[in-house]
Design a protein around this ligand. Sequence first.
Ligand code: AP5
Length: 218
Amino acid sequence: MNIILLGPPGAGKGTQASRLEHDRGMVQLSTGDMLRAAVKAETPVGLKAKAVMEAGELVSDDIVSAIIGERLDQPDTEKGAIFDGYPRTAAQAESLDGLLAERGRKLDYVIELKVDEDALVDRIVGRFTCANCGEGYHDKYKLPKVKGTCDVCGGHEFKRRPDDNAETVRTRMAEYRAKTAPILPIYEARGLVRRVDGMAQIDTVTKEIEAVLDGKVI
Ligand code: AP5
């Protein structure tokens, strides 16, 4: 099964994708994570993407579709892929169809996480992660139990994404509205879209997505 998680920045795509990966053995393909890894490693792609990402704008379609194509060639993705943050434009949606068809695969669902955009800025601006194990925290909603110590690995170093400031988040939201939201009707016309309330508790959102994947939501 291949699914897309679609929603604005902070909608919970990454949170839900990693849960589905853990629970269902599908593979999370996050273009944001892949690009951040490229920036960190200072690869040619990373060097091109860095300033664009820090401004909250979209990296070029060619670059992200090439990254996804390479990743889909790895055999673990045959078990099923969760596209997290891709596609984000009509051109990327078209590329994804081609990339899947070339490999004899198809898209099963597009899960739209419906959210209140005003709440998202707060979600994003407050988040931080353990630099060692990646466990996620939030200034208001989820602080480490012992101040300055990761609950999971005991690490003491934490980091924030450079694009998680209020101004850049507004640009990311505007990019979503202008370039990503318009791809929904394309998938709707193909009967692939299922809507889930992304403002519900994280566990509830997971259950709703699972119900879709289990065919309990038509
Ligand atoms: P990317 O990394 O994809 O960022 P994004 O889409 O802005 O999404 P986020 O990771 O911020 O949010 P999310 O929806 O995954 O939410 P999360 O689960 O983390 O992209 C970054 C940049 O890379 C882009 O701006 C662009 O430059 C570039 N890029 C990436 N892909 C690209 C592409 N295809 N084309 C071109 N450029 C591309 O949750 C957020 C917070 O909320 C967390 O703290 C979480 O704990 C909390 N939370 C989640 N769910 C809930 C809930 N139900 N209730 C309460 N809190 C919740």
